[in-house]
Design a protein around this ligand. Structure first.
Ligand code: NAD
Length: 476
């Protein structure tokens, strides 16, 4: 049976409570066993990271780069094993999971290349004979706290830039991704990073996660997860005066204008809303359709729903599998039941005859903006539809939310496209593309309650994982 453990200084930590991990596609299948750690292990991890960082920071950019390339190569070598494990552990369809592992390889390669790219600027000095430059320097030890829904890509889009900037890492993954995190740590530790540079601590968020943020000897926190937890982490880090970034929840709208290719829009809306069982921070959850196209678009959705098959996640053609856990199943089922009771069902998919956490992908209409399914992040396969008389009303509806992660519009009209791109209050705005979609080389993050207003991925991540030192030397 697969085992998951904390790892400090390349050593497995074995003492602690043990929990069993079952497959959300078939809850009778035991996937593995995980040993949880206590605060003592957090302290050991922070100390190991501190010592390892001293060695790592003394390496040249080219040397760091070489180890990151090796990490990319190893993830590639273990790609199928890693994807299969993650699919069994958290229920993401295997095809998407394989894509996610490829994304992790691309991220490692992208940040490996940063080892030999410029890390600062020269700035003309006012005084004669003075050479002045500003360069990025590492923060030290970075705590990385990750969710379960992208169990490989999110940790990597934090760990890879943190490492190339010269930091060490204490990583606390989410409860439903412990085995995948253990395998990832094993792979990374094979790449040749100094012992103790990447440490893994497995434990519950409210205990171990909290302790890391409040007490551990760390220099920064990069968190992705829910808005409630993220805001609390932000407050604690602000009090400690350590650098933090929090990427949080979303309630992502898609606007469909009457001039759009309605069939293409329907497929993109369903894909954005239902793939990964709606468990993406960028998943589409609100769909606002221009009056004139409302009935035709509903028909297009009903036709496109024929492609939306719910199956066990290990099937190659799986469109959506189960949700991740019993808790998630109960929460999402409550939202769907409340929405179908208070509104009208437009379309609803079937679930397989299997013993897993399957919920029916559902489209409803007739809920107003005070309804919980309209306001709150469901994180499951539920779409709420409504009409708008024109683009101005549609944009106002989209902006009338506390979240601001991702948003889409479907239209053939250039003026409407730019009006949307300019006025929508979200970090990711997309025309004729689904709301879910992240490019590793582009900045990623939200506005309003979706983020602490920093960005991840691309060059933006390098800004977070470093700080600037301005140097001046008088030579005559
Ligand atoms: P979560 O907030 O419950 O947990 C995220 C991580 O924080 C986990 O590792 C958890 O153990 C830890 N944690 C929980 N309580 C903590 C505490 N008190 N102190 C420190 N750490 C704590 O979120 P989740 O259920 O794992 O993930 C789903 C959420 O993540 C959704 O809201 C989703 O929108 C969000 N998400 C956001 C993005 C983004 O980039 N914006 C990406 C993926 C997921």
């Amino acid at each position: 049976m697969l085992q998951g453990h904390s790892v400090v200084n390349d050593q497995i930590k074995k003492d602690g409570e043990t929990i069993q991990i079952t497959n959300p596609s078939n809850i009778e299948e035991l996937v593995g066993e995980v040993t949880l750690s206590d605060q003592k292990v957090v302290n050991q991890a922070a100390e190991a990271a501190k010592q390892a960082q001293k060695e790592w920071v003394s390496k040249t950019g080219a040397e760091k780069s070489a180890v990151l390339y090796k990490a990319a190569q190893l993830i590639n070598q273990y790609a199928d094993e890693l994807a299969t494990l993650a699919t069994k552990e958290m229920g993401k369809p295997i095809k998407e999971m394989k894509g996610e592992v490829q994304r992790a390889i691309q991220l490692f390669r992208y940040y490996a290349a940063e080892g030999v790219r410029p890390d600062g600027d020269t700035i003309p000095a006012s005084a004669p004979g003075v050479h002045q430059y500003a360069k990025r320097v590492p923060l030290g030890v970075v705590a990385i706290i990750t969710p379960w829904n992208f169990p490989v890509a999110i940790p990597v889009w934090k760990i890879a830039p943190a490492l190339v900037c010269g930091n060490a890492v204490v990583w606390k993954p989410a409860e439903n991704a412990y085995l995948t995190a253990s395998k990832m740590t094993e792979i990374l530790n094979e790449a040749g990073f100094p012992s103790g540079l990447i440490n893994l601590v497995l434990g519950r968020g409210r205990e171990i996660g909290n302790y890391i943020v409040e007490q551990a000897n760390i220099n920064a926190v990069s968190f992705t997860g829910s808005t409630k937890v993220g805001k609390a982490i932000g407050q604690t880090c602000a009090q400690r005066n350590i650098k933090f970034q929090t990427e949080m929840g979303g309630k992502n709208p898609a606007i469909v204008m009457a001039d759009a290719d309605l069939s293409q829009a329907a497929h993109a809306v369903l894909s954005g809303a239902f793939r990964s069982a709606g468990q993406k921070c960028t998943a589409t959850s609100l769909v606002i359709v221009e009056d004139a196209a409302y009935e035709s678009f509903k028909q297009e959705l009903a036709t496109a729903m024929k492609d939306v098959q719910v199956t066990p996640a290990d099937q190659e053609h799986c469109y959506l599998g189960p949700v991740v856990s019993k808790a998630q199943y109960d929460k999402v089922s409550r939202y769907i039941a409340q929405s179908t009771e208070d509104g009208t069902v437009v379309s609803q998919g079937d679930i397989p005859d299997a013993n897993g956490y399957y919920v029916r992908p559902t489209i409803v209409e007739g809920l107003d903006e005070t309804h919980p399914a309209w306001n709150e992040e469901v994180f499951g396969p539920l779409i709420v539809l409504r009409k708008a008389k024109d683009i101005n009303e549609a944009i106002d509806v989209c902006n009338n939310t506390d979240y601001g992660l991702s948003a889409s519009i479907f239209t053939q009209n250039l003026n409407q496209s730019f009006s949307f791109l300019d006025r929508l209050e979200a970090g990711m705005v997309r025309v004729n593309l689904e709301t879910a979609g992240v490019e590793y080389q582009a900045p990623f993050g939200g506005m309003k309650d979706s983020s602490s207003h920093t960005r991840e991925q691309g060059q933006a991540a390098l800004q977070f994982y470093s700080e600037t030192k301005t140097c001046a030397i008088k030579y005559q």
